[in-house]
Design a protein around this ligand. Structure first.
Ligand code: NAD
Length: 481
């Protein structure tokens, strides 16, 4: 049985509590590793190390170009270790190996991109409205960043945060989810291998209300960047706000995926199926509300059912598997509960709706791909984030109706529009209140494209050139000339 240690100040460290907790493989249900249960004392040690590395020594004295070079090396080391890291993630969160390997092969791009940006952060001279002064701006790193991540894509979502933070010159203390900490702990050793000075990247593990909140509240943390549920995001925002810390929040979603009658229906149905069932629906961008124009409703439903029925469930390491298990027992129960809620509300169960009884699924936490038809947007199944393989189909009449249903929700992370009318696509893209709009595609992500939420889906943006600004302070300097 594997037992992990913490990573603080460039070293493997045992938790001060001397307590480890179990982590399970969602496919077998078996415990496969032990994760350190930290206390506030370990958090303090990690934050002190990060603060020291930020204020003095090799990292603090490094030029931005040198930082960029180290990040480039880190990207290369990740590329070499992609298979090992992907296997760990599969064991810990149950996602498909093919998907995780694809993700891990793409992750180095974040370090190359932001490494390249490190020495392009520039201030400006200011054309003042006052005579006798020379003024300019400079951008300075915020300091120690607390990085709190969820269980669904630990290393990808980590890259979205730490690549711009490191490029800005910050140091970080990461708290991964208690359900999937292993890959982040393994990832930590790559920093020293790439030549990073100790203290730049630290990992503490344990539970949110113990370790996460101790990290958010630590007085030497200047910035908190969080990805997770909106409920936790609110708690963190209050804690960080009480100390006036900078905060970025990437929260949940309930994204509308909208099929107009003039769409290429083959393409749209494929996009609808992968939009909800990829990663077993456990993605913030899941297209969990499928809005279908009523003139093609029956045809779309028929095609959707035909395609979704063929989805092969089973061992996530198997290349043939298309839908893996749910990551945690609590999430498994939550998805089952939502299926009952939907039935109780009068939604029409068209597919699935129960745990898988397929032999290929062994003792894993599997739920069949589930589709509800005739859903009304006011139902809980249409308004609340299930975070599982459950699709709600809602009818609409025309563009105005589609827009009104799509925006009638407290979330605003992403939306899909399927149409052959580009003028309509542009109108919809302008009027949808979401941070991302995909037209005739779904789930496309890049380090170059800003990502984040409107409304309850979050604060701030990750990815793209602007994301580095989330980790920088701007200073104006006035010189009496
Ligand atoms: P969660 O909110 O339960 O936990 C996320 C992290 O916060 C974990 O590391 C947890 O230990 C920590 N945490 C919990 N309570 C805390 C506290 N009081 N103080 C500090 N830290 C605390 O979320 P989850 O279940 O791990 O992830 C699923 C959620 O994440 C979904 O809502 C999903 O939509 C969202 N998500 C959003 C994005 C995005 O980019 N917008 C991406 C992936 C997932």
């Amino acid at each position: 049985m594997k037992r992990y240690d913490l990573h603080i100040n460039g070293q493997s460290v045992k938790p001060s509590t001397n307590i480890w907790f179990e982590t399970q493989n969602p496919f077998t249900g078996e415990t496969w590793a032990h994760i350190p249960r930290c206390s506030a004392q370990d958090v303090d040690l990690a934050v002190q190390a990060a603060h020291l590395a930020f204020t003095q020594g090799a990292w603090a004295e490094m030029t931005a170009s040198q930082r960029g070079l180290l990040m480039h090396r880190l990207g290369e080391v990740i590329a070499r270790r992609a298979e090992q890291l992907a296997q760990t993630e599969v064991r810990d969160n149950g996602k498909l190996y093919s998907e995780m390997l694809g993700q891990l092969n793409y992750v180095p791009q974040w370090y190359y991109y932001y490494g390249g940006l490190a020495d392009k952060v520039q201030g400006a001279t200011l054309p003042l409205d006052k005579k006798g002064y020379f003024a300019y701006t400079r951008h300075e790193p915020m300091g120690v960043v607390a990085v709190i991540t969820p269980w669904n894509s630990p290393l990808l979502l980590l890259a979205w945060k730490i690549a711009p933070a490191l490029a800005a010159g910050c140091t970080v203390v990461v708290k991964p989810s208690e359900f999937t900490s292993a890959s982040t702990l393994e990832f930590a050793s790559l920093f020293e291998e790439s030549g990073f000075p100790p203290g730049v990247f630290n990992v503490v593990t344990g539970f949110g209300n113990e370790v996460g909140s101790a990290l958010v509240e630590h007085p030497l943390v200047s910035k908190v960047t969080f990805t997770g549920s909106d409920a936790t995001g609110r708690v963190i925002n209050q804690q960080a706000g009480a100390q006036l810390k900078h905060t970025s929040l990437e929260l949940g979603g309930k994204s509308p995926n909208i099929i107009f009658a003039d769409a290429d229906l083959d393409q749209a149905v494929n996009g609808a199926v992968s939009g909800i069932f990829a990663a077993t629906g456990q993605t913030c961008i899941a297209g969990s509300r499928l809005l279908v124009q009523d003139t093609v409703y029956d045809e779309v439903v028929a095609r959707l059912l035909a395609l979704a029925k063929t989805a092969k469930m089973g061992n996530p390491m198997d290349a043939q598997t298309q839908v893996g298990p749910i990551t945690t027992p609590a999430q498994y129960q939550k998805v089952k509960d939502y299926i009952e809620v939907a039935k109780g509300e009068g939604a029409l169960l068209l597919l699935g709706g129960k745990p898988a009884d397929d032999d290929a699924c062994g003792n894993g936490w599997f739920i069949e791909p589930t589709i509800f038809g005739e859903v009304r947007n006011s139902m809980r199944i249409a308004q609340e984030e299930v975070f599982g393989p459950v699709l709600s189909i809602i009818r609409f009449e025309d563009e105005e109706d589609a827009l009104s249903i799509a925006n009638d929700i407290r979330f605003g992370l992403a939306a899909g529009v399927w149409t052959s009318d580009m003028a309509r696509a542009i109108r919809m893209s302008e009027n949808l209140k979401t941070g991302t709009v995909w037209v005739n595609t779904y789930r496309a992500i890049s380090y170059m494209a800003p990502f984040g939420g409107y409304k309850d889906s979050g604060l701030g943006r990750e990815n793209g050139i602007g994301a580095i600004g989330e980790y920088l302070q701007t200073k104006s300097v006035w010189i009496n000339s």
